[in-house]
Design a binder for this molecule. Structure first.
Ligand SMILES: Nc1ncnc2c1ncn2[C@@H]1O[C@H](COP(=O)(O)OP(=O)(O)OP(=O)(O)O)[C@@H](O)[C@H]1O
Ligand SMILES: [Mg+2]
Length: 283
């Protein structure tokens, strides 16, 4: 498949050891289908332009990482993908187009609720509702009018298993979600996101509040989830980007500097700014 992106050919890894020791897995599949196409997108918060001419394709059932220094626009772009920025006064895509499965998601005919069902989101800080574990997971289905207990029970079990949490909480489904550990709460939020069967899951620094063990669990989970979902993850953790993602996009000052196979970005980036960032020399 032809993409709009120039993917540099891999060449021999550089001789100098890098401070970030990464061993990205296999190269991304060049034949994967583009599910999200971001074309020449500019984005403004009122008069201030935050994203400049961003173009990239996100491939189906892969993990795509957005990296870059604080303030470069990673979260802004992520929120563009399910129109979460619509909730911010004055915020708008000022040029270009974002298509999912070929449909311009900013078209006035697009049902935003439906879009957010297809494109779920997990935030930096886990945000379970002050309700039971069971009610957290079934919340989305209930607001869609689904009430049959057998069906809800099934979704709760499937989602918790999918989020690698079932065994830890199966005996306390009706206890408050707020009594769970931070890492469990974040996996609960992932379970809540997958309960409505999205196609795409956006994760904005999902592990930044977690300890290394909880982080490892979420990373394993991400690896499992990509069998069924397309995942876009924002992370400040270079090892995490290297471990979890198939492709990595590096942003700086609102511009996409380089986008390629994760292995290329970490082992042999073509842009000196990317090289400096992934090797920890700035940002
Ligand atoms: N609600 C908002 N209103 C106005 N400006 C905003 C808003 N949110 C973000 N910005 C600005 O847009 C730019 C990009 O912010 P964004 O949050 O997307 O960066 P980021 O790359 O996610 O940073 P971080 O790594 O710190 O989370 C910043 O200059 C920020 O100040
Ligand atoms: Mg951010």
């Amino acid at each position: 498949m032809v993409t709009t992106l120039a993917m540099p050919e891999p060449v021999a890894p550089p001789a100098a050891p890098r401070p970030v020791s990464v061993a990205p897995a296999a190269a991304a599949n060049p034949a994967a289908r583009a599910i999200i196409e971001i074309d020449d997108v500019d984005f403004n918060y009122g008069p201030a332009r935050t994203l400049h001419d961003v173009t990239l394709n996100i491939k189906e059932r892969e993990v795509t990482a957005f990296i870059g220094p604080s303030g470069c626009g990673k979260s802004t772009l992520l929120r563009c993908l399910n129109r979460m920025n619509d909730l911010i006064e004055g915020a708008h895509v000022s040029a270009g187009q974002i298509r999912i499965d070929g449909v311009n998601i900013y078209d006035s005919r697009v049902d935003v609720i439906e879009l957010r069902k297809r494109v779920g989101m997990v935030f930096q800080k886990s945000n379970p509702f002050p309700k039971s574990i069971y009610e957290n997971i079934t919340y989305g289905l209930r607001i869609q009018g689904r009430k049959e207990k057998a069906r809800l029970d099934e979704v709760v079990e499937r989602s918790l298993r999918g989020a690698a949490l079932w065994d830890e909480v199966k005996d306390r489904l009706h206890e408050s979600a707020l009594g769970m550990s931070g890492g469990q709460q974040q996996r609960l939020c992932i379970a809540r996101a997958i309960a409505v069967e999205p196609e795409i899951i956006l994760m904005d620094e999902p592990c930044s509040a977690l300890d290394p063990i909880a982080t490892a669990k979420v990373e394993e989970l991400i690896h499992e989830l990509k069998k069924s979902f397309t995942i876009v993850i924002v992370t400040h953790n270079m090892q995490q980007a290297a471990r979890c993602s198939d492709r990595t996009a590096f942003f700086y000052l609102g511009k996409l500097i380089e986008y390629a196979d994760t292995r290329t970005i970490f082992m042999n980036p073509s842009n000196p700014q990317t090289e400096a960032y992934v090797s920890g020399r700035f940002g």
